[in-house]
Design a protein around this ligand. Structure first.
Ligand SMILES: [Zn+2]
Length: 251
């Protein structure tokens, strides 16, 4: 009795962390996880400890029954633990990376050294480009403003604001020539601030003269034609009178 009891105790000690029951002559080994899940294996007698462990482990596939650490953990809890560990490791890694990123500006000696000279020439290049571009632009715009002012002054002089046309001798081309501005710029300034190209007075005078002469010619042509017609009619009438004399007289 005593030896058997000690045998049972020994077995139970060996199958720890499994729980057990021995009721109605039936032995039950129970693997119980902290989460509440449990798996029971039973036998009509008490088997050897390794048999119990093998049978229970076979039934509780995926569980971890650790006799050294005296722990039982079900497969669900193993998965959850694995996930937690993975998450913790991921977080750890993320924190590590973040810490490295945050520390980067504080550690300029070795790793920043090769990085630092790189942006420097880029900035210099940009500065050089700006230096090259800026004065050109400034010069251009200054020259453009100067030319525009000159165009304006000459338009004041050459454009007849009342008649809305150039005065005699003036034109977009003349102002462009004198100022060095483009004809387009002169035309643009004139259109915007003065008026349409119109027709210069001299051209209008010439056109008026041509029109006048053409009118005269037309009038003359008309009256000449009428005179000719009248002459022809008179000749016809006289010839009719001549014909009355017949052909008896030699020519
Ligand atoms: Zn569990």
């Amino acid at each position: 009795m005593k030896s058997r009891h000690s045998h049972t105790e020994r077995v139970l000690e060996m199958i720890e962390p499994l729980e057990h029951s021995f009721t109605g002559g039936r032995f039950r080994a129970i693997a119980k996880c902290e989460c509440g899940r449990e798996i029971t294996w039973s036998a009509n007698s008490m088997p050897a400890p390794d048999v119990i462990l093998t049978k229970v482990r076979k039934r509780a596939r995926g569980w971890d029954i650790d006799t050294k650490r005296k722990t039982v953990i079900c497969h669900e809890c193993i998965e959850a633990l694995a996930e937690t560990i993975a998450e913790e490791k991921a977080e750890e890694l993320a924190e590590k990376v973040l810490a490295e990123i945050r520390q980067e500006p504080e550690q300029p000696p070795a790793p920043v050294a090769p990085v630092a000279p790189e942006p420097a020439p880029i900035i210099e290049e940009v500065e050089i480009e700006e230096e090259v571009i800026m004065p050109e632009t400034v010069e251009k715009s200054a020259a453009a403003r100067q030319a525009k002012r000159m165009v304006y002054a000459l338009l004041e002089e050459g454009y007849d604001d009342k008649k809305k046309c150039y005065r005699t001798g003036w034109s977009d081309d003349k102002i462009a020539d004198e100022t060095g501005a483009s004809v387009q710029l002169v035309a643009q300034v004139r259109e915007e601030d003065f008026g349409p190209l119109g027709k210069p007075e001299e051209l209008r005078n010439l056109e008026a003269q041509i029109a006048s002469i053409a009118d005269e010619a037309s009038r003359l042509a008309g009256s000449t034609l009428a005179a000719l017609s009248a002459m022809e009619a008179k000749i016809k009438k006289l010839q009719d009178e001549v014909s009355l004399y017949g052909r008896k007289y030699p020519k």
